[in-house]
Design a protein around this ligand. Structure first.
Ligand SMILES: [Zn+2]
Ligand SMILES: [Zn+2]
Length: 415
């Protein structure tokens, strides 16, 4: 087991010059912990009046949690099912703050995200009881929330306390475990994009934080065949890996160490599907497939021994037409200037050898595909229910919906 306290402390006074903070005070991962939730909260000085937020599935998975909270005054809000967290959900949680002094979120992802944002706004302590190893965003200072139809990353907080019962994690639905694996495999693209941006624009990069993401991902790759088993040890190890990348994202206060162009492409899918009123897939399902698409593309791109480069030429009318109702939001992100404007094409051409080295430093498309299959992940666009035309369009246009440089975006400057 990883000593997370020691890990977090070891990142203080980092030579990179950035302050790496992570406000998680207590992390407990173990078998049968559901019966000790109240005890753990008390040990962490949690106030008496609690709001418990869950959905029908997560509260059922966390059987015994209410009994463990004896002595607390608990208000409950149980969603029927929450697949997409919106601003309304944030307001809903905030609406309890005249009556409760802390929040306990039961379930990662959509349940936890609005709680993280509401507790940041209302300065309330937050605890997470994780019920499935399905994604890694739970430790970061940002929460993806849908406002209108646009999914935006908002400032949020890390929970002070994270509790995971390995019995419950092991019994989680396999599709959620596989989705967690898909979310993790994406870190290879995230690490490429971060390094490329650092190389070309001087964006802050910390090799120690990157190494944390890398170690967590490599560790999970080795466990690919155990991911879907109902095995407590494997489930605990998967959760630890998710937590490590979550902490890496907390350390930089951005999702940069754990999210690259593949996440933006998956966001594009999600946002356009939301516009059409479709319920999006699990985050890690879409992200796993966009990761494979990007790995394949990056591997092909670096077959070029050298590159001829030019300024990026964008037909903005075309971009905004594709985004439809979201065009206004996308325009805001690209005016008065867009992220590639300051990049010198000559400098990009000179950096090519280094870019090739960066892409080669992560496992290949074939290796990742094989691992994902072992982990029961969806690996094709058909399996995640997208048409070829939609995927081709998203490949071209997704980079404009976020001000974050990626190798995918930089490739627009290559002949
Ligand atoms: Zn650092
Ligand atoms: Zn993710």
């Amino acid at each position: 087991m990883i000593d997370f306290k020691e890990l977090i402390t070891s990142y203080q006074n980092c030579p990179c010059g950035m302050e790496h903070r992570c406000d998680i005070k207590d992390i407990r991962i173990g078998s049968g912990l559901v019966t000790q939730v109240g005890q753990i909260l008390r040990e962490n000085d949690f106030p008496q009046k609690l709001l418990l937020v869950a959905d029908r599935n997560t509260i059922k998975a966390a059987e015994g949690i209410m009994e463990s909270l004896q002595g607390f005054e608990v208000e409950q809000y149980i969603y029927e099912k929450l697949r997409v967290a919106t601003m309304d959900d944030v307001r809903l949680v905030e609406g309890y703050f005249d009556r409760v002094d802390a929040v306990l979120a039961v379930g990662t992802g959509s349940i936890h995200d609005p709680c993280r944002m509401a507790c940041a706004n209302g300065k309330k302590p937050l605890a997470l009881f994780a019920t499935a190893p399905s994604m890694d965003g739970f430790a970061s200072y940002n929460a993806p929330i849908v406002d209108g139809n646009f999914k935006i990353t908002y400032e949020a907080k890390c929970p002070e306390v994270i509790i995971a019962d390995t019995k419950i994690l092991a019994a989680a639905p396999t599709e959620l475990k596989s989705a967690g694996f898909g979310d993790m495999i994406s870190k290879y693209i995230a690490l490429i994009d971060w390094q490329v941006s650092h190389l070309i624009t001087g964006e802050h990069y910390c090799s120690r934080v990157a190494a944390l993401t890398r170690t967590a991902t490599d560790r999970l790759m080795e466990m690919a065949d155990k991911v879907t088993l109902c095995d407590e040890e494997a489930a605990g190890a998967v959760f630890e890996s998710l937590l490590m990348t979550g902490i890496a994202m907390a350390f930089t206060r951005t999702s940069r160490p754990g999210s690259g162009t593949e996440h933006i492409m998956a966001h594009y899918w999600e946002c356009l599907e939301l516009l059409e009123g479709k319920i999006p897939n699990y985050h890690g399902e879409d992200v796993g497939v966009t990761t494979l698409i990007m790995l394949k593309y990056y591997n092909e791109l670096i077959q070029k021994e050298s590159v001829r480069t030019h300024k990026e030429h964008t037909d903005w009318d075309e971009v905004y037409a594709v985004y439809g109702a979201l065009a206004g939001d996308v325009r805001k992100l690209n005016t008065p200037d867009t992220i590639t404007d300051p990049i010198d094409p000559e400098q990009l051409a000179q950096a090519w050898d280094e870019i090739v080295r960066i892409v080669r430093s992560v496992p290949s498309y074939e290796e990742c595909l094989a691992a994902m299959k072992k982990a029961g992940c969806k690996t094709t666009i058909e399996e995640v229910g997208k048409s070829r035309a939609f995927v081709a369009e998203s490949f071209l246009y997704h980079p404009y919906m976020r001000r974050r440089l990626s190798l995918r975006r930089v490739a627009n400057m290559i002949d």
